[in-house]
Design a protein around this ligand. Structure first.
Ligand code: COA
Length: 334
């Protein structure tokens, strides 16, 4: 019988520094009221200089391995668009720091959909029998790529990391990951963009260059995010054989509380069925889904056996969704 992927551990890591809306309003033309009412965000975490995505990823992974009760892993996938360096990938170094030298490890760049993409890869490796235990990490430090003077991006993003362990098991166990769907639309490539620093527009020698910061067409992203997240979540719900009433919790990418509300409304779900970490953490990009899952598990919103839909939308544009039942796990924060 083909093995089924089963989520069996979850860990998180957040930087200590809290940046409130009032902190931002003290130096940018914005206000706590605007940010709260337009995005649902009250505060976010940011790394101090010297702390990189790999550091948060390493800590979250340690938490996930502890939560899973075993450090054994035969594959590491790190979803991020803020790697420690443009080259090489960050995952091999994270794996080495975890004592996993020799294990295949790579970065996956699907922006805010990265965690769902990485979970899909992990699930496929497990289903095919190519891996028995996979460490999936979502980690980002958008404070390192957003313009400190840009109120529209600076207000939204926060830094953080979340990780899960996926092991080979059976489809009827709590934690079993069911249908997964992924998609992309490159015609939207400019809607979320860091223009310079890649091969199309390499940064010349010197410091602060035009195009090095993250830019976003907010309204376009908003519209597509609602459509793609609700459609993909509905697709996996149907494929899982669940009615709308069967769904216990929607863990949507935490981009904007209004986007999550709109996705839930389109799917016929109540706002209370949505996991929400955005108020305290902002949009943590690839980390947002595991961070929201961990918070929901800690608060009791997710319990063993809960039927969960994950859904995400990000730059590229990319999107994806997955259906799973929640396992009996305790999230570990490091
Ligand atoms: N404080 C005050 N004003 C702000 C602001 C802030 N933090 N951010 C943007 N504004 C301003 C804009 O500059 C604009 O001003 P202008 O009319 O003078 O040009 C005005 O608010 C309206 O901007 P707009 O972008 O139309 O606002 P919005 O209601 O669409 O909200 C977002 C902006 C970014 C919150 C919203 O579009 C959004 O959440 N989009 C999706 C973001 C997302 O999901 N990103 C990640 C996806 S993976």
């Amino acid at each position: 019988m083909q093995p089924a992927p089963v989520l069996c551990g979850i860990g998180t890591s957040l930087p200590d520094r809290v940046v409130t809306n009032d902190d931002l309003a003290a130096r940018l033309d914005t206000s706590d009221e605007w940010i709260r009412t337009r995005t649902g965000i009250r505060e976010r975490r940011t790394v101090d200089p010297g702390t990189a995505t790999g550091d948060l990823a390493h800590a979250a992974a340690q938490g996930a391995l502890k939560s899973a009760g075993s450090a054994a892993v035969d594959l590491v996938i790190l979803a991020t668009t803020t790697p420690d360096h443009p080259c090489p990938a960050t995952a091999p170094h994270v794996a080495q720091r975890l004592g996993l030298t020799g294990v295949p490890a790579w970065d996956l760049a699907a922006v805010c959909s990265g965690f769902v993409y990485a979970l899909a890869c992990a699930s496929s490796f497990v289903r095919s029998g190519s891996a028995a235990r996979v460490l999936v990490i979502g980690a980002d430090t958008y404070s390192t790529i957003t313009d400190p003077d840009d109120r529209s991006t600076r207000a939204i993003f926060g830094d953080g990391a979340g990780a899960v362990v996926v092991r080979a098991g059976t489809a009827d166990e709590d934690g079993a990951i069911g249908p997964v769907t992924l998609g992309s639309d490159g015609s939207l490539k400019d809607a979320i963009l860091v223009d310079a620093g890649g091969s199309r527009r390499p940064l010349p020698d010197g410091l602060a260059q035009d195009g090095r910061y993250f830019t976003m067409q907010g309204k376009t992203v908003f519209r597509h995010a609602v459509e793609r997240m609700s459609q993909s979540a509905e697709k996996v719900r149907t494929e899982a054989g669940w009615s709308t009433g069967d769904v216990d919790c929607l863990v949507a990418h935490q981009a904007n509380a209004r986007i999550i509300d709109a996705v839930a409304a389109q799917m016929g779900l109540a706002p209370e069925q949505c996991a929400l970490s955005i108020e305290r953490l902002g949009n943590t990009a690839a980390a947002s889904i595991p961070l929201a899952m961990a918070e929901a598990a800690r608060s009791g919103q997710l319990r063993a056996g809960s039927r969960v839909l994950l859904t995400a939308f990000g730059g590229g544009a990319t999107w994806g969704a997955a259906a799973l039942t929640w396992p009996d796990v305790t999230p570990v924060s490091i």
